[in-house]
Design a protein around this ligand. Structure first.
Ligand code: HEC
Ligand code: HEC
Ligand code: HEC
Ligand code: HEC
Length: 411
């Protein structure tokens, strides 16, 4: 299905909006270029004549404009702009609605009784219209680069360094390091302080004004810092601690590096904090049933030894990737969807200046599997909610360029 337009005897011109399809002018011959059966049926809509486009307009007036607008520019949430969209893509999507493959109640009803000929003509009609353009003021606002999540996390964590150390490596005995921990664990811990489930007034106050998005950003920032052992004194018998740690390895890992995001890594953590945490589990001031049972069996000396062993281990970075920036993402998307979302392949949709709510809806539908397409499912699978927002915002604010597909003279 993803055949390239270049293989066809079509000439593709990138033109600024405002220029209509040659062949639409009234004097042109209505002679329809005949498509060889089975050869370029998918691209039929690129070969429409002025008469086809005029007939397509009548179909649109009868069946489509109440939702898509008289000029193919939608004013309704969730309803896409069609004006200037690539013709073969429109035709394919109309067939997908008709066969039930795309599945949308509003659209299934609209195309139910139309012939394939009508679908081809209405697709050609919408493709011939001038595309919507982004609103200049919101476009300027969108152009102001949003900070990426890691930089946002670094900024939000500025007030934490005094206790938790520069880049999360503790230099104050009793203060935990925040590096080498899975972001999921960090987020859970911070939320537990905020809700009061984990009791610590200082941490509750510190986190009270931090938004949920910033909690995620902070956790990501620390997870991506280079892990190092806490730079604090470490008394206690490491050899004795190592022997006792056999009972902990099943959950916290052999060297204190946990493979489970719900279980914190202990390697390189501040020794005094580790011992205090074990005491807190034992006296139930920190609530966790598993750790309470385990800590109950430990005396103060055993806790110090365990803490000494874990503090001396080498922390490891958790398994998280640095997220792509919006610019890095759009580089990938533009390979198929064209520069700034201005596709030059008649089978691939343009994204430029499309409605932001529609772009978001569709990316969610690919990710959730409601709209089925192998390529887009793979592209959308890894997108976070923030990435969906940023990509939709980016494409909705690009200048849309119409592409005109022209038959070379004499054909
Ligand atoms: C009752 C309102 C309604 C009517 C009438 C309607 N549409 Fe739609 N159309 C929608 C909605 C809503 C969507 C988005 C559905 C989805 O997410 O799959 C849509 C999506 C589409 C798409 C997919 C666009 C894309 O970028 O993938 C095409 C093509 C389309 N409509 C063409 C038409 C044509 C042609 C007609 C007339 C024959 C028509 N529509 C009539 C509401 C309508
Ligand atoms: C005034 C000192 C101080 C400041 C500032 C501070 N913290 Fe803490 N933080 C602590 C102490 C003390 C603990 C251990 C509390 C306990 O025993 O539960 C802690 C614990 C934590 C933990 C739990 C670590 C673990 O291994 O479970 C996280 C996560 C955390 N802080 C994040 C932050 C963030 C993010 C900030 C900045 C927004 C911050 N802290 C600012 C003192 C501080
Ligand atoms: C059955 C699994 C399991 C075993 C075995 C286990 N732990 Fe834990 N441990 C956990 C979980 C889960 C947490 C997180 C609990 C919470 O959110 O407070 C935890 C938390 C901790 C913490 C707090 C870390 C921090 O950053 O705040 C310490 C310290 C700790 N365990 C030490 C030990 C030691 C020492 C042993 C062996 C004696 C041990 N654990 C055995 C599951 C386990
Ligand atoms: C390898 C080629 C390829 C890449 C890369 C790609 N896409 Fe697509 N995209 C497609 C194809 C093919 C379709 C049409 C699928 C269908 O029929 O549902 C599509 C459809 C879409 C649509 C639906 C448009 C509409 O009008 O309904 C959106 C939105 C979209 N892609 C966004 C993106 C974004 C954002 C990225 C980058 C994260 C991306 N695509 C990367 C090939 C690609």
């Amino acid at each position: 299905m993803m055949r390239s337009a270049q293989t066809f005897f079509l000439m593709v011109f990138m033109l600024l909006a405002g220029i209509t399809i040659p062949g639409c002018s009234p004097g042109d011959a209505p002679e329809s270029p005949k498509v060889k059966p089975g050869e370029s049926d998918e691209l039929r809509a690129t070969q429409a004549t002025a008469v086809d486009v005029a007939e397509g307009k009548r179909v649109a007036e009868g069946s489509c404009i109440r939702c898509h607008g008289a000029n193919g520019i939608s004013t309704t949430k969730g309803v896409p702009h069609l004006a200037g969209q690539r013709p073969a893509y429109l035709h394919l999507e109309l067939r997908a609605y008709q066969s039930g493959a795309r599945g949308d109640k509003a659209m299934d009803g609209a195309v139910m009784f139309l012939s394939d000929d009508a679908l081809f003509k209405v697709a050609a009609y919408y493709a011939s219209l001038d595309p919507a353009q982004p609103d200049a003021t919101t476009a300027a606002k969108a152009a102001l680069a949003k900070p990426d999540p890691v930089s946002a996390g670094k900024a939000a964590a500025a007030g934490c360094a005094g206790c938790h150390g520069e880049a999360g490596v503790s230099k104050t005995p009793g203060m935990p390091s925040l590096i080498g921990l899975d972001p999921k664990y960090l987020v859970t811990a911070m939320k537990a302080y905020k809700s009061g489930q984990r009791k610590n007034e200082m941490m509750k106050t510190m986190l009270s004004a931090i938004t949920e998005a910033d909690l995620n950003n902070i956790a990501l920032y620390y997870a991506l810092q280079k892990p190092d052992r806490a730079q604090n004194p470490n008394a206690g018998d490491q050899a004795a601690g190592k022997a006792a740690a056999a009972a902990c390895a099943g959950c916290h890992g052999d060297q204190g590096v946990s493979g489970n995001p719900a279980t914190p890594s202990l390697a390189g953590q501040d020794a005094q904090y580790l011992a205090a945490a074990l005491r807190a589990y034992k006296d139930a001031s920190r609530s966790d049933e598993t750790m309470k049972a385990l800590a109950a069996a430990l005396d103060d000396n055993a806790m110090k030894n365990l803490a000494a062993f874990y503090a001396a281990q080498q922390p490891r970075p958790p398994n998280v990737r640095k997220p792509l920036t919006t610019a890095e993402w759009t580089q990938r998307c533009d390979r198929c969807h064209g520069i700034n979302g201005n596709s030059i392949d008649p089978l691939l949709p343009a994204l430029a200046a499309q409605r932001v709510d529609y772009l978001e809806k569709v990316l969610h539908a690919y990710r959730g599997g409601e709209r089925r397409n192998t390529t887009m499912a793979a592209m959308a699978a890894g997108l976070t909610e923030a990435e969906v927002d940023n990509l939709a915002d980016h494409y909705a604010h690009q200048k849309a360029r119409a592409v005109v597909y022209v038959m070379p003279p004499g054909k």
